[in-house]
Design a protein around this ligand. Structure first.
Ligand code: NI
Length: 219
């Protein structure tokens, strides 16, 4: 991808994203920090990363090495030549993850054969529970080409941090099991592996296509 292509795509994505940003802030950043067991929720960091993404501050994305839902080691380099849609979540997420994965899958299917140039990736933020076999069952519910990725806690943390994807696993007050607070951005990565931009959670398949389709047509 040329620099010009990045420059022409990024403003469109971010202009769009700003419209959804207020809703994203309200949904994703806890207003009061909750008691933590395994990880301390950190709304300040969540807000700072959201700002960074919105205004294009700092570097986003980069190399990763994880395990896919078949147990195979996968790196970012495996996906060169494909437009990547990268989504961070966890398989027991009650609401936001499934909703976004359905829209991503719909968007790819609406593109027909051109959709084969897109590789959707689901990176689990819950590697303790989301083993490859758990991921395999999960991704198969959404799209035949959706690849689930997991790894050690440290590997997952490193990839999420590189995408400024905030998450914290904790037991909510009065709750019995831990949950994961996480941002639900849908990241777009170019065929050369360079981060292009993001969509807010709740983006519809049609809005995804508005941005992605012209980009695909140029190649
Ligand atoms: Ni989720």
């Amino acid at each position: 991808m040329t620099l010009r292509a990045i420059a022409s795509v990024r403003p469109r994505v971010s202009a769009w994203v700003r419209l959804g940003s207020l809703g994203a802030v309200l949904v994703l950043v806890p207003l009061t920090p909750k008691p933590a067991l395994s990880q301390e929720p950190d709304p300040v960091r969540a807000a700072r990363w959201m700002d960074d993404l919105m205004w294009g501050h700092g570097h986003v994305g980069g190399p990763f090495a994880l395990i896919d839902h078949t147990g195979r080691r996968r790196t970012d380099a495996d996906f060169r030549g494909k437009l990547l849609i990268v989504y961070f979540g966890y398989t027991t997420c009650p609401d936001v993850c499934p909703t976004d994965l359905i829209q991503i899958s719909l968007a790819i299917d609406k593109l027909g054969t051109a959709g084969e140039n897109i590789q959707p990736l689901f990176v689990s933020l819950d590697p303790e529970r989301d083993t490859p076999s758990v991921l395999a069952r999960y991704v198969s519910k959404f799209h035949r080409r959706l690849i689930g990725l997991t790894g050690t806690r440290e590997q997952v943390r490193a990839v999420a941090d590189s995408y400024k994807a905030y998450y914290a696993k904790y037991v909510p007050p009065g709750g019995a099991v831990d949950v994961i607070d996480h941002t639900g951005f849908i990241y777009l990565v170019g065929r050369d592996g360079q981060y292009m931009g993001f969509f807010p959670p709740g983006t519809s398949a049609d809005r995804l296509l508005e941005i992605i389709r012209p980009y695909l047509a140029r190649h």
